[in-house]
Design a protein around this ligand. Structure first.
Ligand code: GRF
Length: 200
Protein backbone atom coordinates (compact mmCIF):
# COMPACT_ATOMS: atom_id res chain seq x y z
CA UNK A 1 0.00 0.00 0.00
CA UNK A 2 1.42 3.35 -1.05
CA UNK A 3 0.84 6.15 1.45
CA UNK A 4 0.38 9.52 -0.25
CA UNK A 5 0.13 13.10 0.93
CA UNK A 6 -1.62 15.51 -1.45
CA UNK A 7 -0.67 19.21 -1.64
CA UNK A 8 -3.37 21.68 -2.70
CA UNK A 9 -4.05 25.42 -2.91
CA UNK A 10 -7.57 25.76 -4.33
CA UNK A 11 -10.74 23.87 -5.14
CA UNK A 12 -9.16 20.43 -4.95
CA UNK A 13 -11.02 18.52 -7.68
CA UNK A 14 -7.88 16.49 -8.40
CA UNK A 15 -7.62 15.76 -4.68
CA UNK A 16 -11.25 14.64 -4.66
CA UNK A 17 -10.56 12.23 -7.53
CA UNK A 18 -7.61 10.77 -5.62
CA UNK A 19 -9.63 10.44 -2.41
CA UNK A 20 -12.46 8.68 -4.25
CA UNK A 21 -10.10 6.32 -6.07
CA UNK A 22 -8.26 5.53 -2.85
CA UNK A 23 -11.52 4.34 -1.27
CA UNK A 24 -12.06 1.60 -3.85
CA UNK A 25 -11.48 -1.81 -2.24
CA UNK A 26 -8.70 -2.72 -4.67
CA UNK A 27 -6.86 0.61 -4.45
CA UNK A 28 -3.07 0.16 -4.19
CA UNK A 29 -2.69 3.60 -2.56
CA UNK A 30 -4.30 5.62 0.20
CA UNK A 31 -4.30 9.32 1.01
CA UNK A 32 -2.96 9.67 4.56
CA UNK A 33 -3.03 13.48 4.73
CA UNK A 34 -3.71 16.63 2.76
CA UNK A 35 -1.54 19.74 3.11
CA UNK A 36 -2.32 23.23 1.84
CA UNK A 37 -0.58 26.59 1.76
CA UNK A 38 -3.82 28.39 2.72
CA UNK A 39 -7.26 27.64 4.17
CA UNK A 40 -8.67 26.77 0.74
CA UNK A 41 -11.99 25.24 -0.32
CA UNK A 42 -10.39 21.91 -1.27
CA UNK A 43 -9.71 21.10 2.38
CA UNK A 44 -13.40 20.22 2.73
CA UNK A 45 -12.81 17.16 0.51
CA UNK A 46 -10.27 15.84 3.02
CA UNK A 47 -12.79 16.32 5.83
CA UNK A 48 -15.57 14.68 3.79
CA UNK A 49 -13.39 11.61 3.30
CA UNK A 50 -12.15 11.50 6.90
CA UNK A 51 -8.58 12.33 5.95
CA UNK A 52 -6.57 14.70 8.19
CA UNK A 53 -5.30 17.96 6.77
CA UNK A 54 -3.00 20.77 7.77
CA UNK A 55 -2.06 24.23 6.50
CA UNK A 56 1.50 25.51 6.33
CA UNK A 57 1.51 29.06 5.05
CA UNK A 58 4.70 30.74 3.84
CA UNK A 59 3.45 33.86 5.62
CA UNK A 60 3.98 32.16 8.97
CA UNK A 61 7.66 31.57 8.28
CA UNK A 62 9.02 35.10 8.26
CA UNK A 63 9.87 35.16 4.61
CA UNK A 64 12.19 32.13 4.78
CA UNK A 65 11.42 29.61 2.04
CA UNK A 66 13.69 27.05 3.71
CA UNK A 67 11.81 27.37 7.02
CA UNK A 68 8.48 27.02 5.22
CA UNK A 69 9.79 23.96 3.34
CA UNK A 70 10.99 22.38 6.57
CA UNK A 71 7.63 23.00 8.27
CA UNK A 72 5.78 21.43 5.34
CA UNK A 73 8.18 18.46 5.27
CA UNK A 74 7.84 17.97 9.04
CA UNK A 75 4.05 17.86 8.70
CA UNK A 76 4.34 15.20 6.00
CA UNK A 77 6.86 13.11 7.96
CA UNK A 78 4.34 12.94 10.83
CA UNK A 79 2.22 10.73 8.58
CA UNK A 80 5.11 8.35 7.93
CA UNK A 81 5.66 9.51 4.35
CA UNK A 82 9.29 9.97 3.46
CA UNK A 83 11.69 9.77 0.54
CA UNK A 84 11.94 5.99 0.62
CA UNK A 85 8.38 4.80 1.15
CA UNK A 86 5.69 7.30 0.25
CA UNK A 87 4.56 9.72 -2.40
CA UNK A 88 3.84 13.45 -2.26
CA UNK A 89 1.42 14.63 -4.95
CA UNK A 90 1.21 18.31 -5.84
CA UNK A 91 -2.31 18.60 -7.29
CA UNK A 92 -3.16 22.24 -7.86
CA UNK A 93 -0.54 23.44 -5.36
CA UNK A 94 0.20 26.91 -6.68
CA UNK A 95 3.62 27.51 -5.15
CA UNK A 96 7.14 26.65 -6.16
CA UNK A 97 8.47 24.24 -3.56
CA UNK A 98 11.77 25.23 -1.93
CA UNK A 99 15.01 23.33 -2.64
CA UNK A 100 15.25 21.69 0.79
CA UNK A 101 11.77 20.19 0.37
CA UNK A 102 12.53 18.96 -3.14
CA UNK A 103 15.85 17.47 -2.04
CA UNK A 104 14.06 15.53 0.68
CA UNK A 105 11.20 14.03 -1.33
CA UNK A 106 12.09 14.01 -5.04
CA UNK A 107 11.68 11.78 -7.03
CA UNK A 108 8.83 10.59 -4.80
CA UNK A 109 7.30 14.00 -5.44
CA UNK A 110 5.07 14.51 -8.47
CA UNK A 111 3.03 17.35 -9.94
CA UNK A 112 0.17 17.65 -12.35
CA UNK A 113 0.31 20.52 -14.84
CA UNK A 114 -2.41 21.66 -17.27
CA UNK A 115 -0.35 21.70 -20.49
CA UNK A 116 1.77 19.41 -22.60
CA UNK A 117 5.17 20.20 -21.11
CA UNK A 118 7.68 21.47 -22.06
CA UNK A 119 5.08 23.77 -23.63
CA UNK A 120 3.50 26.37 -21.37
CA UNK A 121 5.16 25.89 -17.98
CA UNK A 122 4.24 28.19 -15.10
CA UNK A 123 1.12 29.37 -13.33
CA UNK A 124 -0.91 30.43 -16.39
CA UNK A 125 -0.54 27.42 -18.65
CA UNK A 126 -4.09 27.43 -20.02
CA UNK A 127 -4.13 31.18 -20.68
CA UNK A 128 -0.70 30.94 -22.31
CA UNK A 129 -1.80 28.12 -24.63
CA UNK A 130 -4.80 30.15 -25.77
CA UNK A 131 -2.69 33.29 -26.23
CA UNK A 132 -0.21 31.33 -28.35
CA UNK A 133 -3.00 30.08 -30.61
CA UNK A 134 -2.28 26.44 -29.81
CA UNK A 135 -4.71 23.98 -31.39
CA UNK A 136 -3.81 21.31 -28.87
CA UNK A 137 -2.78 21.39 -25.24
CA UNK A 138 -3.32 18.88 -22.45
CA UNK A 139 -1.98 17.65 -19.16
CA UNK A 140 1.36 16.40 -17.89
CA UNK A 141 2.21 14.49 -14.73
CA UNK A 142 5.89 14.84 -13.91
CA UNK A 143 8.45 14.44 -11.16
CA UNK A 144 9.23 17.73 -9.45
CA UNK A 145 12.79 18.96 -9.71
CA UNK A 146 14.19 22.39 -8.89
CA UNK A 147 12.97 24.01 -12.11
CA UNK A 148 9.49 25.33 -12.82
CA UNK A 149 7.63 22.37 -14.39
CA UNK A 150 10.87 20.94 -15.79
CA UNK A 151 11.15 17.54 -14.07
CA UNK A 152 11.05 14.14 -15.80
CA UNK A 153 7.72 13.52 -17.51
CA UNK A 154 5.76 10.46 -16.36
CA UNK A 155 2.58 10.73 -18.44
CA UNK A 156 0.80 13.12 -20.78
CA UNK A 157 -2.60 13.35 -22.42
CA UNK A 158 -3.57 15.76 -25.19
CA UNK A 159 -6.73 17.88 -25.20
CA UNK A 160 -7.85 19.79 -28.32
CA UNK A 161 -8.38 23.55 -28.12
CA UNK A 162 -11.82 24.29 -29.58
CA UNK A 163 -12.82 27.36 -31.58
CA UNK A 164 -13.95 30.10 -29.18
CA UNK A 165 -12.73 28.31 -26.01
CA UNK A 166 -12.52 30.56 -22.96
CA UNK A 167 -9.75 29.91 -20.45
CA UNK A 168 -12.33 28.49 -18.02
CA UNK A 169 -13.93 26.18 -20.61
CA UNK A 170 -10.60 24.84 -21.79
CA UNK A 171 -9.29 24.38 -18.25
CA UNK A 172 -12.42 22.44 -17.26
CA UNK A 173 -11.98 20.08 -20.24
CA UNK A 174 -8.32 19.64 -19.34
CA UNK A 175 -9.20 18.94 -15.71
CA UNK A 176 -11.62 16.17 -16.69
CA UNK A 177 -8.72 14.37 -18.38
CA UNK A 178 -6.22 15.45 -15.72
CA UNK A 179 -8.07 13.86 -12.81
CA UNK A 180 -8.15 10.46 -14.52
CA UNK A 181 -4.52 10.65 -15.64
CA UNK A 182 -3.34 11.61 -12.16
CA UNK A 183 -5.26 8.76 -10.52
CA UNK A 184 -3.83 6.30 -13.05
CA UNK A 185 -0.27 7.52 -12.51
CA UNK A 186 -0.53 7.25 -8.72
CA UNK A 187 -1.96 3.73 -9.07
CA UNK A 188 0.84 2.76 -11.44
CA UNK A 189 3.50 4.12 -9.08
CA UNK A 190 1.85 2.20 -6.24
CA UNK A 191 1.88 -1.10 -8.13
CA UNK A 192 5.39 -0.60 -9.53
CA UNK A 193 4.10 -0.45 -13.11
CA UNK A 194 5.42 3.13 -13.29
CA UNK A 195 9.03 3.28 -12.06
CA UNK A 196 10.28 6.61 -10.73
CA UNK A 197 13.65 7.97 -11.84
CA UNK A 198 16.56 7.49 -9.41
CA UNK A 199 17.22 10.18 -6.83
CA UNK A 200 19.39 12.92 -8.39
C1 GRF B 1 -5.21 21.88 -12.09
O1 GRF B 1 -5.50 22.04 -13.47
C2 GRF B 1 -3.73 21.89 -11.84
O2 GRF B 1 -2.99 21.25 -12.81
C3 GRF B 1 -3.47 23.38 -11.88
O3 GRF B 1 -4.55 23.94 -11.16
C4 GRF B 1 -5.69 23.10 -11.30
C5 GRF B 1 -6.15 22.73 -9.92
O4 GRF B 1 -7.43 22.19 -9.95
N1 GRF B 1 -2.17 23.71 -11.37
P1 GRF B 1 -8.10 21.55 -8.66
O5 GRF B 1 -7.81 22.48 -7.47
O6 GRF B 1 -7.51 20.19 -8.46
O7 GRF B 1 -9.56 21.50 -8.97
Amino acid sequence: MLDTVVLISGGGSNLKALLTAAEQPDSPFRVVAVAADNFCDGLCHAADHGVPSFVVSPKDHSGSRAAWGEALAAGIREYGVNASNGLVVSAGFMRILPPNFIAEFSPRLINTHPALLPNFPGAHAVRDALAAGATETGVTVHVIDEGVDTGPIIAQHAVPVLEGDSEEELHERIKTVERQLLVNVVKDIATGKQPLPPQP
